[in-house]
Design a protein around this ligand. Sequence first.
Ligand code: 3DU
Length: 218
Amino acid sequence: MQKQNRLILALDVTSREDALRVAEAAREHIDAIKINWPLILAAGPEMIREMSSVKDVICDLKIADIPNTNRLIVEQAMARGASAVICHGFPGEDSVKACVEAAKGQVFVVSEMSHPGGKQFTAPVADRLAALAKSVGARGIVAPATRPGRIAELRKTIGPMEIISPGVGAQGGKASDAIAAGADYIIVGRAIYEASDPGESAKALADEVRAALQAGRA
Ligand code: 3DU
């Protein structure tokens, strides 16, 4: 996955036409496309392959099952061209390990979720979920742009592993805050695909990220 714009497009649209339109418009300003259930259910799993010809695809299936089922799910996603998958950590070490093995390490584990309900069950165990991700050799974690302080905290647990961070825009988080707190990439959906000009919106976010990085270096 490139690390040029540090922007991952969450392509939660529900038709192939919209997916192609938004991906094409945002293409030069993003590093990867995250595909979740809405697009897969609406337009089929072949969207993974189709989008992988535009950018690297992260399959956000929030995988959360027993190890054997996790393995089968990850194999299907990778066989269609996914570069990485996202799984939950709460099913336990064996379940996360099965994902890591099947994806050859290309796994992001959800830690604290970004929505208000994320405080209820995920926040109290987020550091343990992040430590689990590290111990099984995952690539990184998903941490909330809505609570940048938590990104900085979780960074202490995982060291140089990657942090991808949703919650920018529609959920109230700011791209610059998430990057300043230590996120490697921000994940943005509605603020791009619901914009009247998705390409312009993606560009503005990528510019904001660049400015935050420069300010951090100054
Ligand atoms: O709020 P947005 O429209 O920018 O979309 C955010 C995306 O990130 C969406 O696909 C959602 O399923 C995913 N996500 C979170 O929003 C929060 C998490 O903790 C994990 C994933």
